[in-house]
Design a protein around this ligand. Structure first.
Ligand code: F6P
Length: 359
């Protein structure tokens, strides 16, 4: 592309998370104030880009949104490259995107989202658009970056919820199962589970056995621990016989299984969407602002086809083609797992290697 970058478009796609507005503000304000660009915000993720629904953003519309949850632009899980019915009548979505991009005279498109969004962003780059990705998700599972904004806020919310389980569990001498979001990865479950003092933590990356849970939880009772907290990711595998109904959540299935195996009264709580709602944590505001400002700089430098990312505390960029189709799983040897095991946390794959004293 010849000349300077003058017009950029921004969209937020996929599940929402705290920090999206901070990121929009970071990109937008830097683009306008530092680089003198014009900024347009598309509605509802890729849907707005397909339908040509956008509005101009200015300093005023970007003010006062730093602490707001959700996204002022709206979002959707629209996948423009998914084959669709009646395409011959309504036109292909990628073609409509290209038309809208050209009609508006955009020089760059900034796509803020998770794994699915980055995959689409890479495909749009392949079609000839100039695209830059910004990673977000409470799941922290975007490949190529050490951290995503949204994650820290969700860890805080889930941890507070787990904290609150301890007193009610102790009062009733029960086992409390808490289900945390995370379909493919266990970052949120691991971090909030450790921070909230979970006794058992089950993540999709580690295969677990009901019998081990039984021995471990009865062992705790035997050692004079009257209650236990079990933190499970929504995406863990449930043994075939363990799920009573097909639609049953992981938390419910695990709670039922534990009560049957141990005879200890067990209850479950599914945290659900409260983990994604509300104001971002200070750390997420900071990360989103910094990533946003960095991304505007990438646009100005014409670093297209890349995603802004963190490597430690450093901001870098990685190719969208490298990111596409990958998931950042929790390594089984993650230091937090290793150290949690040494304080008697059970991951369901074996008994913790500790000396247990009675009473
Ligand atoms: O944003 C990721 C995530 O929070 C997952 O952990 C969760 O399973 C999923 O979104 C559910 O979101 P939705 O119902 O919006 O598709």
């Amino acid at each position: 592309m010849a000349g300077t970058v003058k017009k950029i478009g921004i969209l937020t796609a996929g599940g929402d998370c705290p920090g999206l507005n901070a990121a929009i503000r970071g990109v937008g304000k830097t683009a306008i104030l530092k680089y003198g660009m014009k900024v347009y915000g598309f509605s509802s993720g890729y849907l707005g880009l397909i339908n040509g629904e956008y509005r101009k953003l200015n300093e005023k519309s970007l003010s006062g949104i730093l602490t707001l949850g959700g996204t002022i632009l709206g979002t959707s899980r629209e996948k423009p490259f998914k084959p669709q019915e009646y395409e011959e009548y309504i036109g292909s979505k990628p073609e409509r995107i290209l038309e809208n991009y050209d009609r508006l005279g955009l020089d760059t498109l900034i796509c803020i989202g998770g794994n699915g969004t980055m995959k689409t962003a890479g495909k749009l780059q392949g079609m000839g658009l100039n695209v830059i990705g910004v990673p977000k998700t409470i799941d922290n599972d975007v490949w190529g970056t050490d951290v995503t904004f949204g994650f820290d806020s969700a860890v805080n919310i889930a941890t507070e919820a787990i904290d609150r389980m301890h007193t009610t569990a102790n009062s009733h001498k029960r086992i409390m199962v808490v289900e945390v979001m995370g379909h493919h990865t266990g970052w949120l479950t691991l971090f909030s589970g450790v921070a909230g003092g979970g006794d058992v933590i089950l993540v999709p990356e580690i295969e677990w056995k009901p019998e081990i849970l039984k021995d471990y939880l009865l062992g705790r009772l035997d050692a004079g621990k009257p209650y236990s907290i079990v933190v499970v990711a929504e995406g863990i595998k449930i043994p075939k016989k363990g799920r009573k109904r097909k639609q049953e959540s992981a938390g419910t299935a695990v709670a039922t299984m534990i009560q049957e195996l141990t005879g200890i009264e067990t209850r479950e709580t599914i945290l659900g969407y409260i983990q994604r709602g509300g104001s971002p944590s200070p750390r997420d505001r900071m990360i989103a602002t910094e990533l946003g400002a960095y991304t505007a700089g990438m646009a100005s430098n014409k670093e297209f086809g890349r995603m802004a990312a963190y490597k430690g505390y450093d901001l870098i960029s990685v190719g969208l083609d490298e990111v596409a189709g990958k998931i950042k799983y929790v390594p089984r040897e993650h230091p937090l797992i290793h150290h949690a095991r040494s304080i008697d946390t059970c991951f369901g794959d074996g008994m913790p290697d500790i000396i247990r004293r009675k009473g």
